[in-house]
Ligand binder design. Structure first.
Ligand code: GLC
Length: 426
């Protein structure tokens, strides 16, 4: 899926007060931002956890609108005097068929979200309707964007050579800057209504949301297929299910249970006492990381962890032979390393596309955000090393650019505000 975003990276001259509403995989966030010449002068924010099992779109959008209203009430002083219109950048981190910079219909839910009645609808209209019910018509979405697009736009101030935005978090996705003439989905009318900055007017570009989580060309294992069967969107989002934080614990669970069933591990215990390992699906990526990095001689922490997810929690953790605990640690590590390497291959191939089809670049920066990238110990290093290796082995044209991979934080929210600012400036 390649979705035009109807925006380009900002020019750096945008100023004003903006609200960013960031609705992603796990959290809903509001940020009020004062910008001056693209520099953030002041910012307040608040977030809440959102349950992906929210059953209807009505409940979902009413929750988002109420949260916005509460947040603005709390931060009234930030807005004094109250503007006639408060421009909003709305980050909606799901596949959206964007029809303009401030409108787009949800193509499908990903990351196991279920809310009914939203697919096919314009998410900006749904939010505006809920805001209007609360007499907040003055809060108006002027820019709708994906979190990858926000990440890329927010990073260009510090990294002017940024061309790619990547999210490695609950979900996984990337966007990149494409030449307008290469975007066959948009005609020239669309090009002129898009928001290219003046400096780039001559060689128009637009950011493309790739929705790469839907790519299905990487080799998969029977365990990947089992995870796929357990999910709501079977057969879809295959890369996301091998790479992202929502699915890595599922993959670990499936692999552990297979190893137990086959008698490769934990056969010191009665299988009935083990039951289905992690039956209640409580395993988190943080715990996977802890086991992966347990380097103590007897691996006590890893042992306790293995028992914690068995049916009978009174099993003796010291009965597990050390080589099995080491094997389990390697299994977890392999799953995480594969995620980083698949992501690296995807990033490098995208770099190759940009440098072999676009203008000559001396430097190219990839901006990455997301909990897996930032919080999982060792992930960043594995990813950076793999991008390096892949870039060396791929054909990158006669003078390959210097590639920088940088971590960015908060991009999905800040980027939305910056894109809103670009809209207002136009
Ligand atoms: C999922 C969504 C995509 C988003 C990504 C990261 O893949 O479909 O739009 O960018 O998660 O949050």
């Amino acid at each position: 899926m390649m979705i035009p975003s109807f925006t380009d990276t900002p020019s750096g001259n945008e100023s004003g007060v903006f609200l960013a509403v960031d609705f992603g995989g796990t959290n809903l966030r509001c940020l009020l931002i004062k910008t001056e010449l693209n520099t953030i002068r002041n910012k307040v924010q608040r977030s809440m956890v959102l349950d992906p099992k929210i059953p209807t779109g009505e409940i979902l959008f009413s929750t988002i609108a109420s949260f916005i209203v509460e947040f603005l009430e709390e931060n009234k002083s930030f807005l004094e005097p109250r503007p006639e219109v408060l421009p909003v950048g709305f980050t909606f981190s799901f596949p959206i068929q964007q029809t303009s910079i401030a409108s787009g219909k949800l193509i499908m839910w990903t990351k196991e979200f279920v809310a009914s009645g939203v697919v096919g609808k314009d998410v900006v209209e749904l939010l505006h309707a809920e805001l209007a019910k609360r007499k907040y018509e003055w809060v108006k979405v002027v820019a709708l964007c994906n979190d990858t697009v926000g990440t890329l736009c927010a990073s260009t101030t510090e990294h002017p050579t940024a061309k790619i935005g990547v999210i490695l978090g609950t979900g996984s996705n990337a966007c990149y800057q494409e030449r307008m003439e290469a975007i066959t989905k948009i005609n020239q009318e669309g090009a002129s209504s898009s928001s290219s900055s003046s400096s780039e007017a001559a060689s128009k570009k637009m950011i493309i949301n790739m929705e790469w989580g839907g790519y299905d060309g990487f080799p998969s294992t029977p365990e990947d297929d089992e995870v796929n069967h357990m999910t709501r969107k079977q057969g879809q989002q295959r890369l996301e299910k091998m790479v992202s934080g929502r699915y890595l614990p599922m993959l670990v669970r499936v692999c552990m249970n297979k190893c137990i069933r086959c008698g490769w591990i934990l056969n010191c215990f009665d299988q009935e006492k083990i039951g289905v390992w992690d039956k209640n699906e409580e395993l988190s990526l943080i715990e996977i990381g802890k086991v992966e990095h347990d380097r103590s001689p007897n691996m006590d922490m890893a042992r306790s962890f293995i028992i914690r997810f068995c049916e009978d929690k009174s099993l003796d953790k010291n009965a597990i032979p050390l080589h099995e605990v080491v094997l389990i640690r390697s299994l977890f590590h392999a799953i995480v390393v594969r995620s980083a390497r698949y992501a690296a291959v995807a990033i490098s191939t995208l770099i190759q596309h940009i440098v072999t089809t676009g203008e000559q670049l001396e430097e190219l920066t990839v901006a990455i955000d997301g909990s897996v990238y930032h919080k999982h110990i060792g992930y960043k290093e594995e990813l950076h090393a793999s991008v390096d290796k892949c870039c060396k082995s791929l054909m990158m044209g006669p003078t390959p650019p210097e590639v920088h991979v940088v971590g960015t934080q908060d991009g999905s929210g800040l980027g939305a505000a910056i894109i809103a600012a670009v809209q207002v400036a136009h």
